[in-house]
Design a protein around this ligand. Sequence first.
Ligand SMILES: Nc1ncnc2c1ncn2[C@@H]1O[C@H](COP(=O)(O)OP(=O)(O)O)[C@@H](O)[C@H]1O
Ligand SMILES: O=C(O)C1=C[C@@H](OP(=O)(O)O)[C@@H](O)[C@H](O)C1
Ligand SMILES: [Mg+2]
Length: 194
Amino acid sequence: MTIVIIGPPAAGKTRIGRRVAKLLDMTFTDTDKQIAAANGPIPAIFESLGEPAFRALERAEVVTALAGGGIVSFGGGAVLNEATQRDLDGCLVVLFTASVEAVQKRLGNSRRPLVPDIESWQRLVDARHELYESLADFTIDTSHRKADDIADDVATWITEQFDAQQFEKQQFEKQQFDAERPGPKPGQAQGRVS
Ligand SMILES: Nc1ncnc2c1ncn2[C@@H]1O[C@H](COP(=O)(O)OP(=O)(O)O)[C@@H](O)[C@H]1O
Ligand SMILES: O=C(O)C1=C[C@@H](OP(=O)(O)O)[C@@H](O)[C@H](O)C1
Ligand SMILES: [Mg+2]
């Protein structure tokens, strides 16, 4: 099962996602890091090729990352792609949110092409929050707690989902086994016929 972390820029997807993967001993892929490794820094891609070209590169990295499994952190806009939205049906999706106050402190000197200031971050969140929420299986607010504590909570939730899946699988296999076994079925009367 692939776990995908979505949410707005500076919500902590990259930093906390990496930590979650370490806690669970799973692989970690950040789609932005993959794009940058192959094509150079993201601001330069936006500048030289434009956003549509960046989104095409991003879609290709999403497909590769989802096929690889483990913990996958998306860039904030990756879920705008409709094929990606459909792909998330088969994944566990964790949404990271953050307050405008928390993000204001985090943005600092970091360069994000679509987020030159906090007002543009707020506009982006206003436009996307319904989409983010519609895709999420679990949502966590990263505004007020340490990254490591948030990672612990996310790892616990993922472990619970795995355990629940395992239990369902075992129940299903037991039902199959009972259905195929000759003789009285479980719950069926076993009285002697004279
Ligand atoms: N819970 C947190 N508390 C404080 N700072 C955080 C927290 N999570 C992330 N950060 C910081 O916020 C910035 C953005 O985090 P990042 O993981 O790059 O976010 P995203 O991938 O969602 O854009 C980084 O400087 C990161 O260290
Ligand atoms: O929200 C977006 O559209 C973007 C978010 C960025 O990633 P983070 O969400 O990791 O900052 C990066 O992919 C690019 O600048 C576009
Ligand atoms: Mg990131």
